[in-house]
Design a binder for this molecule. Structure first.
Ligand SMILES: [Zn+2]
Ligand SMILES: [Zn+2]
Length: 285
């Protein structure tokens, strides 16, 4: 179980590796462009080579890209949908170039149309991205907290997307905070067993690509997406021990997306807490 974090690419993607190493990361998640903008500037070859070299030197594997936040595969507007497909395709191409394991994305919102109504469009869009992407990287759809009309707070919805697309490269990223907010109580032995059983039934455990390891500022079932530092929220260190101790996660990379104890994002302290919990449940890197 590799422990990593989302780190900044300010100054170029290759700078992310050093930032990860500085806080104790065994892998990193990065954006490939500004996450609140559509613009995608191709990353220069020199920067791609530098990233690969830095990552190899640091022993970092199982790196992930996180897609931009503007993508909505449930968008009613065809132009906006097409932009999302293009953005994901650009990211998949970049992932292949830098040797990343995959691209994690949020499926979006059905905008009131309802999940069933929007499912064919989501399936078609994901299929297009995979068709237009180089072989290699996974495309991992992330579960949501259940805010508003977001797609994918229920594992069954992700399962229906997976079945519709029917491509082994489509995987799932499970965010612990989103899962908890969506009403799955991961903090108890029975709760995690129930969630894993539902995941396996709806999606298939072999599709679990990555975990976003975030504590929760809100209680279980709140439906609200608010990340907290590990141990400071409603999941707590014992809750993370329950999660990390489950065999389903033994070989899955964990990425922190927490506010940080100094408010500057994932930090050394959060990484160390997760590493200590990993040791406590008898696992290693
Ligand atoms: Zn995400
Ligand atoms: Zn979130």
């Amino acid at each position: 179980m590799r422990i990593g974090a989302h780190v900044s690419t300010s100054g170029g993607i290759s700078k992310a590796v050093g930032r990860g190493v500085e806080i104790g990361c065994e892998t990193v998640q990065i954006f490939g462009s500004a996450p609140q903008a559509w613009a995608f500037k191709p990353v220069p070859d020199s920067e791609i080579e530098a990233f690969r070299r830095e990552a190899a030197e640091a022993g970092m594997e199982r790196v992930y890209l996180h897609a931009i936040y503007l993508i909505n595969l449930g968008a009613p507007d065809a132009a906006r949908l097409e932009k999302g497909i293009q953005s994901l395709t650009n990211y998949m191409t970049l992932a292949a170039a830098i040797g990343a394991e995959g691209v994690i994305f949020h499926p979006g919102s059905h905008k009131g149309a309802g999940f069933e109504a929007i499912l064919p469009q989501v399936v078609d869009s994901v299929s297009k991205v995979l068709e237009n992407s180089p072989e290699g990287p996974y495309l991992a759809v992330e579960n949501m907290a259940g805010m508003g009309q977001h797609i994918g707070a229920r594992l069954d919805e992700l399962g229906q997307i997976i079945q519709g697309v029917d491509n082994p490269r489509l995987r799932v990223c499970l965010d612990t905070q989103h899962t908890f907010a969506a009403g799955y109580d991961l903090t108890t032995g029975q709760g995690i067993e129930n969630m894993i059983a539902e995941f396996d039934d709806a999606i298939g455990l072999s599709r679990l690509a990555a975990v976003h390891a975030n504590d929760s500022k809100r209680p279980c079932g709140s439906g609200v997406d608010r990340h907290d530092n590990i141990g400071e929220g409603f999941i707590g260190e014992d809750g993370f021990a329950t999660i990390m101790g489950h065999p389903a996660f033994a070989n899955v990379p964990f990425f922190l997306e927490v506010p940080g104890f100094e408010g500057n994002g994932p930090d050394h302290q959060n990484v160390e807490i997760l590493k200590a919990i990993r040791s406590r449940v008898g696992l290693e890197a």
